[in-house]
Design a binder for this molecule. Structure first.
Ligand code: ADP
Length: 274
């Protein structure tokens, strides 16, 4: 079955973020947190073949924040799903924390994912028969946190996202923006090594977007690696690196590099380096 899609426009140019903190340095000799090489994903249905990902090489370092941009249909969502093991790759390799992940059984992949990956999708996948609090606490409990730890983390996250008063509510009683924030809280609840996020601000108004960006910025400053699909230049400008996909391939992979403040006062300008 095809996944639902939002209509999307083209990408505005990236506005660099002043005052951005660099990602924490990787320990020498450490493997990248997430790496894929020659990744290919072909969908075949009803005699139609779609090459959604066509030979992507990508690396995400520990603590790095990478934004993925590109026109609608360029393969961004597919890339996140395949990297997170939610859909099998057609060919290529995926390595998570130095371990070859794409060859794992479905069950072993699920365990690895539960321990190390947080997902936020456009369609929030919240469990409708559980409260907001239970939705957020569940991943931490599954990853081995005590109930007290899971509750504390949930209280912090919901408070930070301005929805602490919704803890006892069923997800269906929340607005789309609130549900999206719950989904983000859930994804961060067990402090995963990497957050894979598909347009986490896609349905939010500007004040809710600010809350989400503040949380992402804080998570990143705390060493959280983030790989995030976005069409929003403000969101992309928080990243260390912006990868542009086009037609299932990496068209551009640019580091956002701060330029040191100059003596004549023209400081805090950032440049993109390919
Ligand atoms: P983006 O996220 O950049 O909009 P997608 O990854 O959703 O792009 O889609 C890339 C291509 O793969 C598109 O042509 C899309 O129609 C196709 N595609 C995505 N998911 C499926 C699927 N489950 N079955 C068949 N084709 C798909």
């Amino acid at each position: 079955m095809r996944r639902q899609r939002h209509p999307r426009g083209g990408d505005p140019p990236v506005t660099p973020r002043p005052g951005r903190l660099p990602a924490p340095p990787e320990p020498p000799g450490a493997p990248p947190l997430l790496r894929a090489s020659k990744l290919v994903k072909v969908y075949r249905a009803d005699g139609v073949t779609v090459e959604a990902i066509r030979g992507v090489d990508i690396e995400l370092a520990i603590g790095e924040f990478v934004a993925i941009m590109g026109p609608s249909g360029s393969g961004k969502s597919t890339l996140l799903h395949v990297l997170g093991g939610l859909e099998p790759a057609t060919s290529g390799e995926i390595w998570l924390r130095g371990q070859r992940a794409d060859r794992l059984s479905t069950a072993a992949w699920a365990v690895l994912r539960r321990q190390h990956i947080g997902f936020v999708f456009q369609f929030f996948n919240l469990l409708s028969n559980m409260t907001v609090a239970d939705n957020v606490e569940l991943p931490a409990l599954l990853a081995g946190a005590t109930p007290r730890q899971a509750r504390k983390r949930r209280e912090e996250l919901l408070a930070e996202l301005g929805i602490a008063d919704k803890a006892g509510a069923a997800p269906a009683r929340l607005s789309g923006g609130e549900q999206q924030r719950v989904a983000l809280a859930r994804a961060l609840a067990n402090e995963p090594s990497v957050l894979l996020a598909d347009e986490p601000t896609g349905n939010l108004d500007s004040s809710n977007t600010r809350d989400v960006l503040r949380l992402l910025r804080r998570a990143h400053a705390g060493g959280q690696a983030i790989l995030m699909v976005t069409h929003d230049a403000r969101v992309a400008s928080l990243a260390d690196r912006v990868i542009n996909l086009f037609d299932g391939m990496v068209a551009d992979d640019a580091k956002v590099v701060p330029i040191p403040r100059t003596v004549n006062g023209v400081g805090d300008v950032l440049e993109m380096r390919g």
